[in-house]
Design a protein around this ligand. Sequence first.
Ligand SMILES: Cc1cc2nc3c(=O)[nH]c(=O)nc-3n(C[C@H](O)[C@H](O)[C@H](O)COP(=O)(O)O)c2cc1C
Length: 240
Amino acid sequence: MNIGEEFFEKTKYPFVSESDQDKELPCPPLETPQTGEAIDLPEPAGFTPGPVSVAEAINNRRSRRKFSRQPLSLQELSWLLWATQGVQEQGKIRTVRTVPSAGGRHPFDTFLAITNITGLKPGLYRYLALSHQLILIREDKDINDLIAAICHEQKWIAGAAVTFIWIAVPYRSAWRYSERAWRYLLLDAGHVCQNLYLACEAIDAGCCAINAFDDDALNQFLDLDGETSLAIYLAPAGHK
Ligand SMILES: Cc1cc2nc3c(=O)[nH]c(=O)nc-3n(C[C@H](O)[C@H](O)[C@H](O)COP(=O)(O)O)c2cc1C
């Protein structure tokens, strides 16, 4: 059995151990705390994207790797963040968001490599989903080139206005689901990125899912240990 086959075998229910939730251990935070000066994002509820129907968004969705130089506005970025991780209800052990997630655990945090968003300095940012805010982690005008290099030299990434970088925090899901949580990370990440594709269509923008990247280099770039938190999926985006 190779490692992939073994993963599916060993995460079948008969092998899954009792969860920390069942052992009544405390629930981990619903989002990773981040210090820094918070930037309020425009209210997503007040934003009405162009008249694109769900059917049109689904039919027109493509992986897009060429972007115009037109910046995305802060309102448009707010919309894309809302569509991918926006929190609609917050409970003690779950959040209800614009995307589904097993048990409402939403085991992700969103980092953003920003180069062409009106009013924001180029650099690395974190999205705080619970408060719908951004935090600047560090300024970096070369961030797109660095991300492109980490993604096996996919040079087209350098033209993106923003690259979404979703990182997984496995224990947020494993607290409830033990070993089976690692399946859910991968499934849940797909929902997040698909919503980005569809939300982009609504604002005449596009994106492309990326999984070809150097895991260790990206984790190091984001200051993640690669175990309790790790980069899992990326998507550069910008106007068509
Ligand atoms: C899990 C996943 C990983 C992907 N990784 C990359 C990637 O690293 N680079 C890239 O250019 N496209 C990547 N893609 C985009 C696919 O190549 C694209 O979805 C496929 O060619 C079909 O094209 P379409 O999305 O326009 O229908 C990825 C897509 C998925 C779903």
